[in-house]
Design a protein around this ligand. Sequence first.
Ligand code: NAD
Length: 371
Amino acid sequence: MRNSRRNFLQQLAVSAAAMPFLTFEQQAYTPVPHNRQGRVLRVALMGLGGYATRVAEAMQSCKRAKITGLISGTPAKIKEWQAKYNIPEKNCYNYETFDQVKDNPDIDAVYVITPNGLHHDQVIRIARAGKHVICEKPMAINAREGQEMVDACREAGVKLLVGYRMHFEPNTLEVIRMRSAGEFGKIMFFQGLSGFKIGDPTQWRLDKTLAGGGAMMDIGIYSINGSRYMVGEDPIWVTAQETKTDEVKFKAGVDETIQFQLGFPGGAVASCLSTYNMNYLDRFFMTGEKGFVEMQPSTGYGPIKGRTHQGALAQPHVMHQTLQMDGMAEIILDDSQPVVPVDGLEGLKDLKIIDAIYAACATGQRQKLSL
Ligand code: NAD
């Protein structure tokens, strides 16, 4: 404990010594020193599917977060995960019983990793049970639902965080540092390409009720969110165009491919593609008056690769979910502020943009945004 305090104070002293040489914007983006030795966040995972499996494995390397509970509708999965992660029976729940986490002192937070259409009700139930909530992206299937989740968490006095793992990724943070230090100059243009060719037509990702939409909800959201943290502003308008090549696989309300454009208050524009029908699309490009950055892969599980006008991005790769969960423990337990927010309001902004993109596709009209 004493060591961690000494390290913390030393880091603070270094940052303070450097302050006089930093611009205001650089100071605003100076990351808070990590506190990786404080209390551990005890997390119950809800929905033991593909992504939860990855999160659970990554959490084995966390210093500030650990799995202490499980929520699943499949008893056999609970048994298997209990054995693997040493979880006692009293910390296991199903979708009917999970409100009882209220009385469980071993659980500080629940991480919701279920299909998008279920997030709203599940997050509100957890908030009412008095536990902090981490919710996967997209936080919900529209802004109305997202607002209700934000309100419920505020009323319950719990924190709501969204699984934006890129906000903790070192190469991404380096680009954000460079941009906020003015190294790219005035930002002029961002391009985000997010997509893959989706397989099994019967999966929940192609079911409007469970997915809330199509590629935009699942993968296009990376270009939406990325445009905001790369440019460093929230967009003020959006236009969008949809194309569909397969009406059987991509039913009404399930978007296959959407191109969209965003305008930012500082004058930058973004041009983005979201698709479930093309592979090898995981790329960001941004140019300013003094420099550029290109990243590919830009939001996959990594290593994230890229270069700027100054050379290759060379931050070390650590599993994103390990960094995310340690970072989220610091936010929940220490009230630390991340460089880019990961709270419910951040999730809500992306939902407002998605709502506007769908409205732009339907009407052919540019939509104003006020985030
Ligand atoms: P998945 O299908 O692999 O897992 C979903 C889990 O939810 C399964 O265990 C399933 O049994 C359970 N579930 C509970 N109720 C269900 C119902 N009514 N219908 C279907 N399944 C139900 O999906 P996934 O890939 O793990 O995605 C889960 C969430 O995580 C989604 O919101 C997705 O967007 C998000 N995700 C995020 C990332 C990321 O990098 N941040 C990556 C993948 C998925």
